[in-house]
Design a protein around this ligand. Structure first.
Ligand code: FPP
Length: 241
């Protein structure tokens, strides 16, 4: 029985209905810092540590695909030093990231326009993709320089260039950055804001949404469990009755 909840050894989270794919929108780093009288940068720095906690807990709970919206196409409009600080955090974490991906047999994917990122980050991302390309158990999908409208328009242009005359749902999804990945079962936005902000607009057609009132730097194992429990209490009908 799909709705029957089996208690897992560590809490309320059911082993039976674990979302295959959870997509997180990291938000509230600035407010987290502001409320503590700290500069915005501190929110991003602590937010970087939340990424690892969240991925690890998701994988421990049996989630196969974890997407994280970390930097949007619109975020390039922020002050230069903030943008550079965020990219530096990626530079700092990339070595550890590869190690932990390999340990988890997790493939790294990028959702976003690689060409918009600084040259050394492009090299680093290609390197992580290559090093984890044979990992087959799980996926970590980073949204960097990502915007869903940009992705959709890009997909249409690639389809036109390929000579395909008729666009179908099947061939269209193969041209999205998420090609080959299941749609997110659950989309979680940190900070309590309830909007998608140009995230996975096509893929979210049947996703469940959850908006914990927690800023991204406060995301940890407990919050991930709370998200999964919230998902387990939803009835998904996919348009059926
Ligand atoms: C949104 O919070 C967060 C971001 C735009 C950046 C996310 C960055 C990290 C999680 C750090 C690690 C990053 C990488 C790329 C490894 P906000 O700054 O919009 O917060 P606010 O709405 O409270 O101002």
């Amino acid at each position: 029985m799909a709705w029957l909840k089996k208690k897992s050894p560590c809490g309320q989270v059911s082993e039976g209905r674990i979302p295959k794919h959870i997509a997180f929108i990291a938000d509230g780093n600035g407010r987290w810092a502001n409320e503590r009288g700290l500069p915005r940068f501190e929110g991003h720095r602590v937010g970087k540590d939340a990424i690892k906690k969240v991925i690890d807990r998701c994988f421990d709970r049996g989630v196969s695909v974890v997407s994280l919206y970390l930097f949007s196409t619109e975020n390039f409009n922020r002050p230069k030093d903030e943008v550079e600080y965020i990219f530096n955090l990626f530079r700092q974490m990339s070595g550890e990231l590869v190690k932990s991906l390999l340990k988890r047999d997790a493939q790294f994917r990028l959702m976003g326009d690689l060409s918009l990122l600084p040259a050394d980050i492009q090299v680093s991302i290609n390197d992580i993709i290559q090093k984890t390309s044979t990992c087959a158990s799980r996926v970590v999908n980073f949204g960097l320089a990502y915007g869903s409208r940009h992705e959709i328009v890009g997909a249409v242009n690639k389809l036109l260039a390929s000579g395909i005359k008729v666009i179908t749902e099947e061939n269209f999804k193969n041209y999205l950055d998420t090609a080959g990945l299941p749609d997110p079962d659950l989309i979680v936005r940190a900070s309590g804001e309830q909007r998608l902000s140009n995230f996975m607009l096509y893929q979210a057609a049947y996703s469940e949404f959850y908006f914990p009132k927690k800023y991204w730097p406060d995301f940890d194992e407990k919050v991930v469990d709370e998200c999964i429990e919230a998902y387990q209490n939803r009835k998904r009908r996919f348009g059926n009755i």
